[in-house]
Write a protein that binds this ligand. Structure first.
Ligand code: ASP
Length: 440
């Protein structure tokens, strides 16, 4: 396996020339840091708009033939300012001029994905120039099939494009190409996925994801006061935590690294001395039974009750088939002897609720069917909970002591997570209660 490290720098890490300088120092401090992936410049102050969002606004206006000069000027000024502050020739001026001409003369030839992808493209060009590194565009080497999956061939194309182990390469994150030869972006925050795909393709030693926080915390700091940092979290734990709202990394960036056991290290560009969080393959011996607790609002529970349900073969499958027909995926499906509940995303349910309830009623003839909206799912996650007696007792005692009514209980058979459903208004209280019960 190669010793090379893939480093992805997020929007805040490339927000201005000063951040570029920090990146240079980081790259120079470890000669294995050879593959650099960048996002588009992010906000410098909370009032500013991210360049990607300015590009979306520009596209909206240009595609309608409207005056796009306000957001466009902010974009051009930002890139040119970075070049000037870094003392490098503003070669990207030609790209900016060509884009502007295109938006004026033939806006119909532009696609949203193409225009917004220029945020990363231009940033990578400046970074390559500044680091005196080789720029490699991701457009021809990351290709999506018709189901929006990255093709197998992309991995070998990436490996051969980045094969010279002595070189430092800079690549734009966030996009690739589709089968029609057009730019196609990942979902928002997708530069994380680009970095993970590159790490997989070159079998990197490590995938460093540089951002503006020193790794993950055991709970959301907006909810719990000064939560402890997470030094190490396994791929499985992070999936559970990320799903439940702990966001630090795009959740689709885990799988490519997990497939090759490549550790992901979340690092802080502004505090490179901090070790950050490692996301890796093996569960570690832990100090606390829980690795983290996270919660997410916005769920609804479809509750179905029918006497003798347990004897009716295929009941569950047919209920889920109704959801499948409406394109609705479910999150949890706790069941009892004569009842089952299906927890779904409230927004997704809203659009098809009437049909779903009608179809279940017609096909299953339940004694009762009701939707309970406003549910929050809270995941308590940790390999340390496995085979540990008293974990559930501690968790539910803490909730009871805080007068929190538990609507749903689900413990994965792996025992690394306990998911509870509570009223949305109890979310913050429940997360605090659980955190305090385990971390004292
Ligand atoms: N610039 C893109 C976004 O804002 C992708 C990224 O930053 O990862 O979503």
């Amino acid at each position: 396996m190669s010793k090379r490290i893939v480093c992805k720098f997020g929007g805040s890490s490339v927000a201005d020339a000063n951040q570029f300088k920090k990146i240079k120092a980081i790259i120079e401090s470890d000669s294995n840091r050879k593959i650099i992936v960048v996002s588009a410049p992010g906000k410098r102050t909370s009032k500013e708009t991210k360049l990607t969002d300015l590009l979306y606004s520009t596209y909206d206006l240009a595609s309608k033939g409207l005056d796009f000069s306000t957001p466009w000027k902010l974009i051009c000024d930002r890139y040119l300012e970075i070049c000037a502050d870094l003392n490098i020739a503003p070669k990207i001026k030609d790209d900016l001029n060509a884009l502007e001409q295109k938006m004026i003369s033939s806006p119909e030839t532009l696609t949203t994905d193409f225009l917004v992808s220029r945020g990363e493209y231009l940033c990578a060009k400046i970074m390559a120039e500044y680091l005196n590194a080789t720029f490699v565009d991701t457009f021809p080497i990351i290709c999506f099939d018709d189901k929006y999956r990255v093709t197998t061939k992309s991995y070998s194309d990436i490996a051969s494009a980045l094969k010279d182990e002595s070189k430092v390469y800079v690549l734009p994150g966030f996009y690739g190409s589709n089968l029609h030869g057009e730019v196609k972006t990942f979902s928002r925050g997708g530069s994380d996925i680009t970095g993970a795909i590159l790490a997989n393709a070159i079998e990197a030693e490590k995938y460093e994801n540089w951002t503006d926080v020193s790794g993950m915390l055991m709970a959301d700091p907006r909810i719990v006061e000064r939560p402890m940092p997470i030094e190490y979290v396994s791929y499985r734990e992070i999936r559970e935590l990320a799903y439940s709202g702990a966001s630090v990394l795009h959740d689709e960036s885990i799988a490519p690294c997990r497939a090759k056991n490549i550790p992901i290290n979340i690092r802080n560009t502004n505090k490179p001395e901090d070790p950050g969080t490692i996301i890796g393959p093996t569960p570690k011996t832990v100090k606390h039974p829980i690795t983290g607790v996270a919660g997410r609002k916005g769920f609804s529970m479809i509750y179905i009750e029918k006497t003798m349900m347990n004897k009716e073969i295929g009941f569950g499958r047919r209920v889920l088939a109704v959801l499948e027909n409406e394109g609705l995926s479910y999150e949890l499906c706790p069941s009892a002897i004569d009842s089952m509940s299906v927890v779904v995303d409230s927004k997704a349910l809203y659009a098809v609720q009437e049909t779903v309830l009608e179809d279940i009623t017609q096909q299953m003839r339940p004694d009762r069917i009701k939707v309970f909206p406003g549910i929050s799912l809270i995941a308590t996650v940790g390999h340390g909970m496995t085979d540990k007696i008293g974990v559930a007792a501690k968790l539910f005692t803490a909730l009871a002591e805080n007068s929190i009514n538990v609507r749903i209980i689900d413990q994965g058979s792996s025992q690394i997570n306990i998911i509870i459903g509570v009223e949305e208004s109890d979310t913050e209280k429940a997360i605090n209660a659980i955190y305090k019960a385990f971390i004292s």
